[in-house]
Write a protein that binds this ligand. Structure first.
Ligand code: ADP
Ligand code: MG
Length: 665
């Protein structure tokens, strides 16, 4: 290690000359650190500044010692540094052993934050031979004993006293906006000590936050003491909170001009056709996604309750209909977005969880996709397969847009102002437009009702459509460029970021009137009836969609036309899902479960029969009785047999013994 002459003196004069006022202020306040602008140090004494970068531990320690020597502070205060030049900024994936011991700057999203634990900082030992007391500072991860006493003894030291300090571990991951294509974000552990774990700092290290961390890169053996390979971690010196605010997406003057050009032409058309052009059809779904990309305005009511601006959209339907592809596309199109599969093996998943932490052997709070994508869209594929715990947390995440967790010793509320685009497969293979959704999908009605729009995705063969679909898919195999979007992805991201940042539309009176009229007239037809086609939840959905439509045009005012787009989409989904052909009315209960519809699919009939028979027969129901009852309800023996077989193949029923069936769920 190089040495710098008169290190303490140089620090002393820098602090006296530049920071005297600040230090005096600190001495009469609760602040426990002196924040030093690196550029000021560099200007004052560039050799000292360079030395700090290369020998961070030594120099920071010297700073702390000099601060203590002034004797003006009640308790020890520490030197903390900020504003390091860009040349010391690194990305996690680029860190190498040459940076070990150096002062560096990193940026990332906080994924995990452990509980704060006490840690031994200073120990004193007694020599068993001469009784001398030896002080040993603890800087590593394991307790270090003194090596030798002044009397020459090297063993048997007795621990007399230990001083504790606090320590916390956080784990950050690279900001996905900075990654290329499908790169997985790299992660790094960061250790916080002393005043960095004070309550005033804890706000900065909440999972989901974007931060800039200044610290020194250190190593720790991967396995045990004698390991040859090491893990790296950062010993934090200071944490700067960064607002996401879409600033990460750089928008140049040129971009801004182009954004305004697009907005002044026909942005609705060009944006809708630029969403997943490789997927054929689904115009209405793409329109809904276009609105979702922009979202409505989050508002605080006078009583302090927030209403969300983010829209949630659900696609339910037949397998192989292109849902997953569509979701993947959107996750790459929208700023700050992520794709997760409900089936995914990840234990942490969607919301947040408390997990065991090996590094500090305690508990740590780990943020899931909905927290990490705060401000963006999370595309949840196979949503019907997500874990039970996540389903519970989803209720809060979808409406209040926060996630509260209380497990082990950890209590926290994390922000998740995140929009959800989800896809789900129906329980019984194919989606049945005639049966209520809630019966066909393994998801509580309370979750279903939180979606602004629910689209059935039906793969119904029609020769005309099939020819076009086949042509479309085959053409893409021949010439993939054919699906080049009108507005390319990178620019679309900028357009969305710009709009979300600057455009906060207000609803015009005409827009409000149009929404009100639609709502009132639809409900009027059902006056006095128990089931109405739309509920106040959908009224809020209409407001969000109307605002989103204005935002898409970069307009500060949401007009009647914006409201009409919203109404059109809601009406479309209602008629797809809730229209009862027999009564000629919309039936919201089809959408949200409740009373069964008048017409039922054969699968439903069989399941109902089994449930009915359970009452008299117990859990195991004779197959022959099911078939008898099916015949009474005008189903052929053949059909009933086939359906029972297919239910068994799919695992919805089992055959506990010959001639009997038992339902599984
Ligand atoms: P799902 O998730 O609905 O089960 P996928 O997204 O996995 O279906 O789609 C299966 C395959 O079929 C994909 O390769 C997809 O590109 C193709 N596909 C299905 N529907 C369409 C469509 N409308 N346009 C283009 N490709 C489609
Ligand atoms: Mg799929």
């Amino acid at each position: 290690m190089e040495t710098l002459e008169n290190l303490h003196d140089r620090i002393d004069s820098f602090l006296r000359d530049i920071h005297m006022d600040k230090m005096l202020k600190i001495s009469s306040s609760d602040t426990k650190f002196l924040l030093i602008d690196f550029s000021e140090l560099d200007k004052y004494d560039f050799e000292l500044a360079d030395h700090l970068i290369d020998n961070a531990e030594e120099v920071i320690k010297a700073f702390d010692e000099v601060l203590e020597s002034f004797g003006i502070f009640g308790e020890a205060i520490r030197a903390r540094f900020t504003n390091l030049p860009a040349s010391y900024h690194f990305t996690i994936r680029d860190l190498r052993s040459t940076q070990l011991g150096n002062m560096i700057v990193l940026e990332g999203i906080i994924r995990q934050a452990s509980e704060v634990r006490p840690e031994v900082m200073k120990t004193s030992w007694e020599c068993p031979v001469c009784g001398n007391e030896i002080v040993q500072f603890q800087t590593g991860f394991t307790l270090e004993k003194p090596k030798e006493c002044v009397c020459g003894n090297r063993k048997g030291f007795i621990l007399k006293n230990q001083d504790f300090s606090d320590v916390q571990k956080i784990n950050i991951e690279e900001n996905p906006e900075r990654l290329q294509g499908n790169e997985q974000p790299a992660r790094l552990n960061i250790i916080l000590r002393h005043d960095l774990v004070d309550p005033s700092f804890q706000k900065r290290v909440s999972p989901g936050n974007l931060v800039r961390v200044i610290g020194m890169l250190k190593e720790t053996p991967i396995k045990g003491k004698d390991s040859k390979t090491y893990d790296i971690y950062l010993e934090a010196n200071y944490i700067d909170p960064l607002m996401f605010d879409f600033e990460e997406i750089a928008i140049s003057m040129e971009d801004e001009e182009k954004i305004k050009d697009v907005a002044s032409a026909d942005p609705w058309k060009s944006i809708v056709v630029s969403i997943a052009p490789s997927i054929y059809g689904y115009e209405k779904i793409k329109e809904a996604i276009a609105l979702q990309l922009f979202g409505g305005i989050r508002k605080k009511r006078p009583d302090g309750i927030w209403t969300r601006g983010d829209m949630h959209v659900l696609l339910i339907g037949d397998p192989g209909a292109g849902k997953s592809q569509l979701l993947k596309y959107v996750s790459e199109l929208a700023p700050k977005s992520r794709y997760v599969s409900g089936k995914g093996a990840s234990a942490v998943g969607l919301t947040a969880s408390v997990v065991k932490d090996e590094f500090l052997s305690g508990w740590t709070l780990e943020a899931g996709a909905l927290v990490l994508a705060n401000g963006g869209i999370v595309c949840i594929d196979e949503m019907d397969k997500i874990s039970r715990d996540d389903v519970f947390a989803l209720h809060e995440a979808m409406e209040q847009q926060s996630i509260t967790i209380a497990k082990a010793n950890i209590f926290a509320t994390l922000k998740s102002e995140t929009s959800i685009l989800a896809a789900a497969n129906p329980k019984y293979g194919r989606f049945d437009l005639n049966a209520p959704i809630a019966e066909q999908i393994s998801m509580p009605e309370t979750i279903l009702s939180r979606f602004d729009l629910i689209f059935p995705v039906k793969d119904i063969p029609t020769p005309e459509k099939d020819e076009k679909l086949a042509e479309h898919i085959l053409r893409l195999h021949k010439t993939p460029e054919a699906a080049k979007p009108l507005i390319e992805r990178q620019f679309m991201k900028k357009y969305i970021a710009y709009s979300k940042k600057y455009v906060k539309p207000k609803l015009s009176d005409e827009a409000l009137d149009a929404i009100k009229e639609f709502f009132v007239s639809l409900r009027a037809k059902y006056a006095g009836e128990a089931s109405v086609p739309i509920s106040p939840r959908q009224l809020e959905a209409l407001v969000r969609m109307t605002e989103a439509s204005a935002r898409l045009r970069l307009s500060p005012l949401a007009t009647k036309e914006d409201a009409e787009k919203a109404i059109d989409l809601l009406r479309y989904t209602l008629f797809q899902l809730a229209y009862d052909a027999e009564t000629g009315k919309l039936d919201i209960d089809r959408l949200e479960g409740g009373t069964p519809a008048s017409k039922r699919s054969k699968i439903r009939i069989i399941i109902d029969i089994i449930q009915e028979l359970e009452k008299s027969e117990g859990k195991q129901v004779p197959r022959i009785k099911i078939i008898d009852m099916a015949m009474e309800r005008e189903m052929s023996v053949d059909d009933a047999d086939k359906i029972l077989d297919s239910l068994r193949m799919k695992g919805h029923i089992i055959e506990p013994k010959q001639g009997y069936v038992e339902r599984v769920d």
